[in-house]
Design a protein around this ligand. Structure first.
Ligand code: ADP
Ligand code: MG
Length: 630
């Protein structure tokens, strides 16, 4: 496996030449921007001194976009035009979305060129444009505080983000006028914020419980190189669920039904505040006046909250256990646990994580900020502000699903296996199937299954202009390269003639996490069936090749055969054709027919070769031959 160097050429700059770069955590619920100032990473605040920017965008009929708290306040009154959790839509088509996703309920979603769009009063908006509004707001914040435009940005993405989602994130940044130095996995960013790369080596767990999602990642560190061993989580599990739980609880306790959108919003805000208070205090109070004049008063205790959220926390630990199993490591082998995401402030969560891992988690850095701070550190290094040779490290991530190429018979040849660390380049050689074949279609697929039909199609392209050669003589090297951002490019080259074709894979839609999970499960369940199917397909291809070759040979060289031999071959040929046309389940019959046809044509093949050699040598003396060889 060839690893590509990804850190920029390490030039040390004089202090006055310091180039300002930013790190951005583009979150589902909140986004942040951070930079290094006076050697210290820090989050940049808004004018009113808030650091978190709610990832919410509201469009007005004039086409203006409001971002952040101002937009969030409108969500309940103008849900159709107020876009929350846009991260869930990045790089997705409508079919990719989970119809049960409650976040999608208010939106009018439309597919356009394979990508989901949201119909708003300001027209159709695609998720890339919505995310770009959030990124623009953050960029403006940085420009105001730093008095200069950042030379570049590192933007974080979940480790499981696929090609389409990463590409969409990069596109959003470009749209927002940011130069992307690199996309960085969120868990890796958190590890960097804690300076874990300074440690000799070890395995770390990043436990990220945010507003709407839970992500767990297992990182392996060796000699300053991070590798994501496994990822897991649930895209619909987070602080929002706790808010809903508390909301129901308060309604039940007070026996008050809340219906008006304004009241719902106020009560949700109140329970969220109470929940956040309970991370510090043992008791919190809710006291709001509803629009009908009724007062809603309730008291919440930490112990009560802890009990109510227990099932939710248990679920995160189940998913953690599964990720550890995927990474093939035990709890005892975990060197450290990093807490990320606002919900990990809850004492119940910290206690549960500590009990599970039998060690206190790392929580010294604000879990809301840790990803953005790590991204800022990485951005600073990529911008060329290196602080010595020690900083010249690589970061490795993994690809979530195998990347392969379609071969004859609709089968998949895996070129880069799932969980391979990136950046990575791998090549495989293929050849032509037919005599005189001058073009080769290359179909790039993603997935674990053996058949193309069961995998996801990413791209197709053609290698043309291959010189005419006999079947099997061409040597076509297909190279897959996944860069540090997790983006794939594919090239193909015919080695004898140097004809080359390449493509940068930019799929217009991506895979949902559920789909990834399902495809993985499918592949495990059907590994056996797939193997059978592969064997059948290979046999069918062999049969076709043999039938083809026999027909061609009969057409030009039947004269070397006796009438009896010809009959025998024709009979075997007819039997093979019939078996080939038969059902896939009749593998034994096809196998037998192929063997008989081979046996019947053995002598024929030898005699044909004799005939052709004799023809080639006709008129040449033995002397000629020895001379031309010498
Ligand atoms: P995301 O990564 O999905 O954007 P965040 O990491 O910003 O999410 O987490 C947001 C969630 O964290 C919200 O549900 C919020 O209520 C919760 N949260 C923030 N602060 C606290 C706190 N002190 N105690 C408990 N939950 C908190
Ligand atoms: Mg987050």
């Amino acid at each position: 496996m060839a690893l590509l160097q990804i850190s920029e050429p390490g030039r040390v700059r004089a202090p006055h030449q310091r180039r300002c770069a930013v790190g951005i955590d583009l979150g589902t619920t909140h986004s942040l921007i951070a930079t290094i100032r006076n050697g210290v990473p820090e989050v940049l605040p808004d004018m009113d001194d808030t650091q978190l920017l709610p990832s919410v965008v509201r469009y007005s009929p004039e086409g203006q976009a409001r971002v952040g708290y101002a937009a969030q306040a409108d969500a309940l009154f103008d849900p159709k035009n107020t876009i929350v959790s846009v991260k869930r839509l990045m790089g997705r088509s409508k079919a990719d979305l989970d119809p049960n996703d409650a976040h999608l309920a208010p939106y009018d979603l439309v597919d356009q060129s394979g990508l989901v769009h949201i119909r708003t009063v300001a027209g159709l908006k695609n998720p890339v444009a919505v995310s770009a509004e959030i990124l623009s707001a953050l960029r403006a914040r940085a420009q105001r505080i730093l008095n200069e435009t950042p030379v570049g940005a590192v933007i974080t993405v979940p480790a499981y983000f696929d090609d389409a989602q990463r590409q969409a994130t990069k596109d959003a940044a470009r749209l927002a006028g940011l130069h992307v130095l690199r996309l960085l996995n969120e868990p890796t960013a958190a590890a960097l914020a804690y300076g874990l790369e300074q440690c000799a080596q070890g395995r770390y767990v990043i436990y990220d419980l945010g507003g709407g999602t839970f992500d767990v990642s297992i990182l392996n560190l060796t000699r300053g190189v991070f590798e994501v061993l496994a990822t897991g989580g649930d895209a619909a599990l987070g602080g929002d669920d706790i808010d809903r739980l508390l909301f129901q609880y308060v309604m039940a306790e007070t026996d008050i039904a809340v219906h008006a959108p304004g009241d719902i919003r106020r009560l949700f805000d109140a329970v969220r505040r109470a929940k956040e208070t309970l991370s510090e205090e043992n008791e919190a109070h809710i006291d709001i006046a509803l629009s009908n004049g009724v007062r809603c008063v309730a008291r919440l205790r930490e112990a009560e909250l802890a009990e109510r959220v227990q099932p939710l926390i248990a679920r995160t630990l189940d998913l953690t256990r599964r990720a550890l199993r995927d990474a093939q490591i035990s709890v005892q082998e975990v060197q450290g646990v990093v807490l990320v995401g606002g919900t990990t402030r809850m004492r119940a969560v910290r206690r549960a994580v500590e009990t599970f891992f039998k060690q206190a988690p790392l929580a010294g850095i604000d879990p809301d900020q840790v990803v953005a701070l790590g991204a800022a550190i990485q951005a600073d290094r990529l911008a060329g502000n290196l602080r010595g040779e020690q900083d010249d490290w690589l970061l490795l991530d993994v690809i979530p699903l195998s990347l392969g190429v379609e071969t004859m018979g609709g089968l998949v040849e895996k070129i880069i296996p799932r969980n391979a660390t990136i950046p990575v380049a791998r090549a495989q050689e293929f050849t032509t199937f037919k005599d005189g074949q001058t073009a080769l279609a290359i179909h790039v697929v993603q997935g674990e299954r053996e058949r193309v039909a069961d995998c996801r199609s990413l791209a197709r392209f053609e290698l043309r202009g291959i010189p005419k050669m006999t079947a099997g003589a061409a040597r076509i090297r297909v190279t897959y390269q996944v860069d540090a951002d997790g983006l794939l490019s594919v090239s193909a080259r015919e080695m004898r003639s140097d004809v080359e074709a390449s493509i940068c894979v930019k799929p217009s839609y991506g895979l949902s996490d559920d789909e990834i999970a399902r495809m993985l499960e499918d592949s495990m369940r059907s590994a056996h069936a797939d193997q059978n199917e592969r064997a059948t397909r290979e046999l069918q291809i062999e049969a076709e090749r043999l039938i083809d070759a026999t027909e061609t040979a009969l057409a030009c060289d039947a004269d070397v055969l006796t009438a009896v031999e010809r009959d025998e071959i024709n009979t075997a040929l007819a039997a093979a054709r019939a078996a080939r046309a038969g059902a896939d389940t009749e593998r034994n019959a096809l196998d037998a027919a192929v063997q008989s046809l081979k046996a019947a044509t053995d002598a024929f093949a030898a005699r044909r070769m004799d005939k052709h050699i004799r023809a080639a040598l006709a008129g040449r003396s033995v002397d000629d031959l020895t001379q031309s060889q010498g």
